[in-house]
Design a protein around this ligand. Structure first.
Ligand code: T4K
Length: 373
């Protein structure tokens, strides 16, 4: 879209938080001295342990990105046939199924949480169903208890796409402990970034070991290849960035909370704009700030989106279009919009506003003024 020039500075939906450059220097010196660049080097190992401790989980396998982590998670559990998932996510969620020759079966979402509606899962289970792949959308925990109950009853695996849910906790601890596996993304647009990166959280050492083989071509040792693995490794430079970043992540999350609170105050009582409340328990990471544009708002969602973009505010319509509307999914029976009324409606109303550490109050006010105008 054409941007009007001579305007205020652009504001993007997100902006990566980076550690001070000088804090990276000692890491770079060590990498240069050791000449160990990848393949589970010392920073990789250190970062895996530090991350496990920070997240409050036991077994972390680092990956080059979240998509490879998803693809490998499915491989590691030998998932096949059909997998029940949500259409309201980034396209990588469903792509990871296609990359494994698995048929995605889309189930509608809950309006309040944006997550897969557990009450609609059972109706989509067939003899081919082997797993459920929910997403903790915008870092809001999916209905983990109810999903596990269904999985247990039907003998299904559960793999959480927790790409958004870094550092999120529920009443019992890290949200990443649920299901058979959870995957994270450390992409540039995430609350915690290694530029590109990702991880799988495993429940036990045996599962982690298998995943570690799979991300290194399937090598179990120098002369044994135990599975057709992929190259999914995170390198030493990324691990170093991760280690340096970890020292600042709490502070970055606190600053996101400030931005979230500021929007909530300034956007309260704007007719037609609804702000989904935060989860009542646990701790959130303020990764996204979704608003829903209702019928009472004087403009359509797209008109508001275009107005903001024309004003140099690059909001995003995550997650529009629904995954089920993309050409490679459109023909599936579960992609029919009649099967997905809530997801279709939410995708037509959502706008994610800019949120990132350091977003200044005057910039937040600029966004809000345009919405209120
Ligand atoms: N599952 C879920 C639920 C996910 O959300 C994602 C990724 C994945 C799986 C897969 O994980 P990865 O394989 O990516 O690790 C972005 C990201 O590329 C994608 O990682 C993310 N989800 C998705 C929600 O958003 P785009 O197409 O919106 O990115 P882009 O390049 O338009 O960036 C958005 C804004 O961020 C830009 O306007 C400016 C800012 N930005 C972006 C980059 C790349 C920066 O300031 N610096 C940067 O380096 O997809």
């Amino acid at each position: 879209m054409k941007v009007v020039s001579g305007m205020d500075e652009p504001i993007h939906v997100t902006r990566p938080y980076l550690p001070p450059l000088e804090e990276l220097q000692p890491y770079l010196e060590k990498i240069w001295a050791r000449r160990r660049l990848t393949n589970a080097g010392p920073f990789h190992q250190e970062f895996e342990s530090a991350l496990a401790e920070f997240l409050g989980v036991e077994h972390v396998s680092l990956f080059a990105n979240g998509t490879l982590a998803l693809v490998t998670a499915l491989q590691s559990l030998r998932i096949s046939g059909e997998v029940i998932t949500t259409p309201y996510s980034f396209v990588a969620t469903a792509h990871s199924l296609l990359w494994n020759g698995i048929k995605p079966v889309f189930v509608d979402i809950e309006r309040e949480s944006f997550n897969i509606d557990p009450e609609k899962i059972e109706a989509s289970i067939t003899p081919q169903t082997t797993a459920i792949m929910p997403v903790h959308v915008y870092a809001r925990p999916a209905a983990v208890g109810r999903i596990q109950e269904i999985a247990d009853r039907y003998g299904l695996k559960v793999i959480y796409d927790a790409a958004h849910a870094f550092a999120v906790r529920d009443a019992g601890g890290s949200v990443l402990r649920h299901g058979d596996l959870s995957i994270l993304s450390f992409h540039a647009t995430k609350v915690f970034t290694t530029f590109e990166g990702g991880a799988i959280i495993s429940p036990d050492a045996k599962t982690k070991k298998r995943i570690d083989y799979l991300k290194n071509f399937g090598f179990a040792d120098e002369v044994s290849v135990v599975a057709p693995g992929i190259n999914g490794k995170l390198n030493e430079l990324q691990a170093a960035i991760g280690l340096a970043q970890l020292a600042h992540v709490e502070e970055a999350l606190r600053d996101r909370e400030r931005v979230d609170a500021c929007y909530r105050t300034l956007l309260a009582n704007v007719a037609g704009i609804s702000i989904p409340p935060l989860p009542k328990t646990g701790s959130h990471n303020f990764a996204y700030f979704p608003i829903l544009v209702g019928d009472e708002y004087p403009r359509s969602r797209d008109a508001l989106h275009d107005k903001l973009v024309r004003s140099n505010i690059f909001v995003r319509r995550y997650f529009y279009p629904l995954i089920s509307d993309f050409p490679m999914y459109r023909g599936l029976p579960s992609s029919c919009p009649k099967n997905l009324p809530v997801a279709s409606d939410v995708a037509a109303r959502v706008i994610c506003l800019p949120i990132y550490p350091g977003l200044e109050e005057r910039d937040i006010a600029r966004v809000v003024d345009l919405i209120r105008e």
